[in-house]
Design a protein around this ligand. Structure first.
Ligand SMILES: Nc1ncnc2c1ncn2[C@@H]1O[C@H](COP(=O)(O)OP(=O)(O)OP(=O)(O)O)[C@@H](O)[C@H]1O
Ligand SMILES: C[C@@](O)(CCO)CC(=O)[O-]
Ligand SMILES: [Mg+2]
Length: 328
C-alpha cells in the first residue's frame, strides 16, 4: 500500500490566460488530497472516492466499461466525475510500462471539487505519485508534474496549462508561462478564501473562453491584458507590496468577469471582501462558481464573508511549502 498527498492552490493572478501562453502565479495552499494505492493482481482498477457523489451516490467503480458506477445518472456526468483518476492511471501504466497493472485507489480530499482550488490537479499528482511508487518507480518532480499535466490536458480537450499540476507537485508560489515552470519567492500573504458551495467545470469554462477569444479580437486582447496584470503582479510580489498585489487582483477579477467566467455569487463574495477592507479580491481557478481569494491581514474579510448570503464557507489559507509528499 502506498499513500501520497498533494496540495490544492489559489491563483494570485493569471488563470485562463495561462492556457494561451501568458504567465500565471498560482500558490499552493494547505488543503490536500490524499490518494492511497494498492496494486491488484487481476489488472482491474477500483476507485473509492467518497467526495465523488452524483445525486447522492458515492462512486465506486471498476476497470472495464461494464463496471462503470451503477448509478442512475447520465454517462456524461459519470465520465466528468471519473476522468481525472482514469487519466492518471493511464499515465502511470504508460510511464512504468506496466500496461496491465491493476489498482485499488482510495481518495480522501480536503479540497472542494470544481471550486477553483485545484482539486483535479491535487488528485492527479497524488495518484500518479502513489501508483508509480507502488510499482517501485520513482518519478522526479518534473516528470511527475509533466505526467499530471498530460492528464489535465487530455480531460480539457488539449487546452490546459501546466500551472495547477506544477504548483501541486512543487508547492509554494510558482510562475508558469507556457512550458517554463519555476518556483517564486513570495512574501507572506494574508489569504482569505470564500466558497459559495458551488462548482464549475474547468473543461467547459476553458472552452467558453477559447470560443470568445476566437470570435472577438477584444476578448483576445483581454487575455493579453491579463498577462500584463500578471507581469505587474510579479513586480509587486518581488517588492512585497501587498496593497499593490491586491489592486492588481481586483483588476484581474474584472478581466476574468469580462471573459464570462465569474458568477453572481463569486461577484457578491468579491464585493463583500472589498467592502470589508480587503486589499483585493478575485475569483480563483476556472470560475463559474466555487471560490474567491482575498488578501486581508485583519479578521474583517473572513467575518464579512461568513455573513454574506451565498457564501457557504470562509476560511484563511496558509501557503503549502511542500508539494506532493509520501505519507508513511
Ligand atoms: N476527492 C476527489 N475524488 C475523486 N475525484 C476528484 C476529487 N476531487 C477532484 N476530483 C476530480 O476532479 C474534477 C474536478 O476538477 P475541475 O478541474 O473541474 O475542478 P478543480 O480542479 O477543483 O478547480 P480548478 O481547476 O478551477 O482549480 C472532479 O469532477 C473529479 O473528476
Ligand atoms: C482555467 C485554468 O487556467 C486554471 C484552472 O484551475 C485552466 C488551466 O490552466 O489549465
Ligand atoms: Mg482543475
Amino acid at each position: 500500500m502506498t499513500l501520497s498527498s498533494a496540495p490544492g492552490k489559489v491563483y494570485l493572478f493569471g488563470e485562463h490566460a495561462v492556457v494561451y501562453g501568458e504567465p500565471a502565479v498560482p500558490c499552493a495552499i494547505e488543503r490536500r488530497a490524499r490518494v492511497e494505492v494498492q496494486q491488484r493482481d487481476d489488472g482491474r482498477l477500483r476507485v473509492n472516492a467518497e467526495d465523488l457523489s452524483l445525486n447522492g451516490f458515492t462512486v465506486e467503480y471498476g476497470a472495464t466499461a461494464d463496471a462503470r458506477p451503477d448509478v442512475d445518472v447520465p454517462e456524461s456526468l459519470v465520465t466528468a466525475a471519473t476522468q481525472y483518476v482514469d487519466g492518471a492511471i493511464e499515465q502511470v501504466r504508460e510511464v512504468t510500462g506496466a500496461e496491465e497493472a491493476g489498482f485499488d485507489v482510495t481518495i480522501e480530499s480536503d479540497i472542494p471539487l470544481g471550486a477553483g482550488l485545484g482539486s483535479s490537479a491535487a488528485v492527479v499528482v497524488a495518484a500518479i505519485d502513489a501508483a508509480t511508487r507502488e510499482l517501485g518507480v520513482t518519478l522526479d518532480r518534473d516528470e511527475l508534474a509533466d505526467r499530471a499535466y498530460r492528464t489535465e490536458s487530455q480531460v480539457q480537450d488539449g487546452q490546459a496549462s501546466r500551472a495547477d499540476t506544477f504548483c501541486s507537485a512543487t508547492g509554494g508560489a510558482v510562475r508558469v508561462e507556457g512550458d517554463d515552470c519555476r518556483s517564486l519567492e513570495a512574501p507572506e500573504l494574508p489569504i482569505v478564501i470564500g466558497f459559495d458551495g458551488g462548482a464549475g467545470d474547468t473543461g467547459q469554462l476553458v472552452a467558453g473562453v477559447r470560443d470568445l477569444r476566437e470570435e472577438y479580437d477584444f476578448a483576445a486582447h483581454t487575455v493579453e491584458a491579463i498577462g500584463d496584470v500578471v507581469r505587474n503582479g510579479e513586480d509587486a510580489l518581488a517588492d512585497g507590496d501587498v496593497e499593490e498585489i491586491g489592486r492588481l487582483m481586483d483588476f484581474n477579477h474584472g478581466l476574468l468577469s469580462a471573459l464570462g467566467v465569474s458568477s453572481r455569487s463569486l461577484d457578491t463574495m468579491v464585493w463583500a471582501a472589498r467592502d470589508a477592507g480587503a486589499h483585493g479580491a478575485k475569483l480563483t481557478g476556472a470560475g463559474g462558481g466555487g471560490c474567491i481569494v482575498a488578501l486581508d491581514p485583519t479578521e474583517e474579510t473572513e467575518t464579512a464573508l461568513s455573513f454574506t448570503p451565498g457564501c457557504e464557507d470562509a476560511f484563511r489559507a496558509e501557503l503549502a511549502e511542500t508539494g506532493v509528499k509520501r505519507v508513511e
